[in-house]
Design a protein around this ligand. Sequence first.
Ligand code: AMP
Length: 227
Amino acid sequence: MLLVRRGLDKMKNIIFIAPPAAGKGTVSDFLVRNCNYEHISTGDLLREEIRRGSPLGEELDKIIKEGNLVSDEFMIKLMDEKIKALPKDKPFILDGFPRTIKQAESLDKMLVSNNVTNNMVVFLDIALEDALARVLGRIICPKCGRSYNINHEEVKPKVDNICDDCGIELEKRDDDTEESFKIRFDSYLTNTKPIIEYYEKKNMLKRVDATIPLSDIFQIIKNEANK
Ligand code: AMP
């Protein structure tokens, strides 16, 4: 009886909290390909706006390059629209939101007002030195946003510097410099880390070591999302 019910249930929605370059994008990509997740990456949304070359994009470009956070007001409005437009028949991943306590509190309200239940928070934990090594080796596809890493065997592209899916040349992110990374990591410690305690108190948090093999990370998250 229990097995039949589980088969019919949707997997849990996943909210990722992580330092920069912990692998949110890579794990999200796996869940999209294998478990029918809808993926909302705030970083990808902002980079799309930058590529459009709009005045807003130019402003965002400056903030992101310097390693700073975009304002809560802007991000909450953007997210509110995205949550309202989510398909009802699929679980979703939030990758990059919330990044501050204010965003986390707003997200709670958005989820309640849109009747979204069955959520879990995954904290992908990684130390500064490991994250820095990943940042320096990261290359992304400018078309689909897929992330690869030349310093991480499991996520190297099949052909050097070419996206496995789109066949086009991979690029370095403008904010993946050592200088910008240090500002982003500091911002993570100050603004984002307090969210971990916030969700722990709500009993929603699952901590996962981001340095174990990716196949293990996928399995742990899949199991947890199916509980
Ligand atoms: P990511 O691709 O998640 O590493 O995001 C890239 C950059 O976009 C971040 O370093 C921030 O500058 C900005 N950004 C993404 N999500 C948020 C957010 N929720 N709040 C503020 N800034 C954000």
